[in-house]
Design a protein around this ligand. Sequence first.
Ligand SMILES: Cc1ncc(COP(=O)(O)O)c(C=O)c1O
Length: 488
Amino acid sequence: MSAASNPELERLLADLEADRAADAALPFTRLAADYFARSAAPDRPVTTRAAPEALAALVTPPPEEGGPLPDVVARLAALVDNSIWLSHPRYMGHQMAGPNPAAVWTEPVIGALNQSLAIQEMSPAVTAVEHRLVHWLAERIGLPPGAGGTFTSGGTEANFTALLAARAAALPDAWTEGLVRDRLPVILCGQHVHYAVTRAAAQLGLGTRRAIPVPATPEFRLDTGALRQRLEELARRGTPVMAVVATAGSTATGSYDDLQEIGALCDEHGVWFHVDGAHGMTAAFSARRQSLVAGAERARSVVWDAHKTMLMPLSLGLVLTRSEHDLEAAFTQDAPYIFHAGSGRRWDQGPRSFQCSRRADPLKLWVALERYGSRAIGLLFDHLCDLTAELYGRLREHPRFEPLHRPDCNILCFRYVPPDPADPAAIDELNRQLRQAYNGEGTGWITTTMLHGMRVLRVTVMNPRTRTEHLDDLIAELERTADRLRFR
Ligand SMILES: Cc1ncc(COP(=O)(O)O)c(C=O)c1O
């Protein structure tokens, strides 16, 4: 039946056309701008107090017949209200950014264009943007001119991709033949590595057991002395090492491993050197903290999430390899219906990526750079790190708080220590309850982890709106809440 003879379809096509107009888009943009404005209000709770069941009840089954756009936007506003507000200056929780607005306003353009970065002909201009940004970022950390990379959905995909490339180098037949059980290689990684790395070991068919943790120093960095010993031991036993994984900004404490030293050890032993800089590679843009990532230029592969400390909205990760061919070797696929580029420069990124259809996400980084300039990346990173250093100073002076480490970047772990003696289990439980009660109040939001076997409080400063007065609020409110819990 043609559209002309089907009034319902005719109406739907007319609605689709009307919804393409700026008037239809405006209420969505207003809702987002209003969210930004309201999340700066000091008395605004950081997160919803509604229980998961109540939130599930908010989401009614989808209607068969749609409704007017203003009604839909009004219901969307209720979901916004019941979200966790990362743009609130007292949100200091997980490593999600209070995103930079120019990148946010690019999202509708990315959606409208709906380019796929699988192959150049499906995204002519944005493929050029991806290539430019990949090579510019590789150059920034000192990788050689032949380096390559792709943007990814995040650090998990990026780490998997890098280690897949390492597997292709160590076991070139694994792609076609699968893994042969005897003499499988191992991966050496720091004790505090992100689970994306051990997960990748399992996904690559090595098994998590073959991701061998190397002990950490008391400052939560990979102990390079222990790494040297491990490498020598494995060489003596004839166990092949597929990769050594260093972390540049660990998840729990933001600690940076010594990339120079680890890179040198990898060179000495002829081992693939991988750097998981998902959180902290942005230090490469900082005038004062660049030395934290010195040695990244020795890496065979590097992960770097723009959606973390570059403050991009989700999602935008990145994997870089020392040679573009490392990625092509990782994904050896014959698919003539899509990969049919001729000779010459290989622009298609699909053969270098885990994904087929890929969002044009690099566009938002390009817009942010055009708007704020590349110097802004380092300035904002330093702003977040400086605030975290201020918090460290304040906590160190405070009789009731004990920082667990001096922060390298924008992550800090500490704990509340009660004035009256208590056994370690009671202090752990008090800290657990403290985080829960503080977050429940809604004045701020922090996370927690275990360090040295102890329950600790954890802060990541990911929002450029956070100022020193918000750090004071955090300390005062945590102390008040702890007193309330103790005297309950
Ligand atoms: C060091 C590190 N690597 C990898 C990841 C995983 O990144 P994503 O959440 O973008 O997949 C994280 C996430 O927190 C991380 O901190």
